[in-house]
Design a protein around this ligand. Structure first.
Ligand SMILES: Cc1cc2nc3c(=O)[nH]c(=O)nc-3n(C[C@H](O)[C@H](O)[C@H](O)COP(=O)(O)O)c2cc1C
Length: 199
């Protein structure tokens, strides 16, 4: 099976997300939980592909709308994936990962010890510049809600295929934003570690 290797590619073409149903939604809800320990191996590429699609992929190609709702359909959350070889931005429309920053930023996506050992750390970044016409006071709350529903999609996908995950708010946002070279209007909302469970 294809794996994410350590060569830093400019772009990672993702295979189509797996279409087959994996258990029922009620089973996934029963199994959903936070897990902070991961096996020491990268996610298989098909799994990473389905994970990103479940998170915030395009489920209606005609309109470009997504697996998670967003306030005003702003779609202001960019999902980034911190992998050992680099930090990638998920382009949902093309279903590919684009290199944003080369190098291993995984440990910087959180402050807890396990974070650097997770094979993938997703980082949910809101672009306030895309939240057109919103009341400025509301923007952090709406971005928080929009990131949280993406995180729950990841929890449910993880539960359905037996992955381990935890969503995280404990982040040194200033340090991570600097490392990610974000613009001032891009705000880090949440991060989420994902890996295979330790058996
Ligand atoms: C917004 C939010 C932020 C969280 N931040 C962290 C975090 O920084 N680190 C962590 O280990 N868990 C974090 N969690 C996970 C919670 O600790 C966890 O969901 C809670 O203990 C309940 O456990 P369960 O998810 O297994 O039901 C966060 C959860 C949410 C919803």
């Amino acid at each position: 099976m294809a794996v994410v290797d350590l060569e830093t590619r400019q772009r990672i073409d993702l295979p189509p997300p797996e279409a087959a149903a994996q258990g029922t939604l009620m089973q996934a809800l029963r199994l959903r939980r936070s897990i902070r320990e991961y096996a020491d191996r990268p996610l298989d590429l098909p799994v990473l592909s389905s994970l990103l699609w479940a998170a915030f992929g395009v489920n209606r190609p005609q309109s470009g709308q997504r697996t998670a709702p967003s306030a005003h359909n702003w779609q202001e959350i960019d999902v980034h994936a911190a992998l050992p070889e680099g930090l990638y931005r998920y382009d949902a429309l093309a279903h590919v990962l684009h290199l944003a920053v080369a190098g291993d930023l995984r440990a910087l996506t959180g402050v807890q010890e396990f974070v650097g050992r997770a094979p993938v750390n997703l980082v949910y970044v809101a672009d306030f510049a895309r939240m057109d016409g919103g009341d400025e006071d509301d923007l952090p709350f709406l971005a928080g809600a929009d990131a949280a529903v993406i995180a729950q999609n990841v929890y449910l996908y993880a539960a359905s295929v037996g992955l381990a995950t935890v969503v995280r708010g404990l982040i040194d946002r200033r340090a991570l934003a600097r490392a990610m070279r974000l613009r001032p209007q891009q705000r880090i909302v949440l991060a989420q570690s994902v890996g295979y469970p330790v058996i």
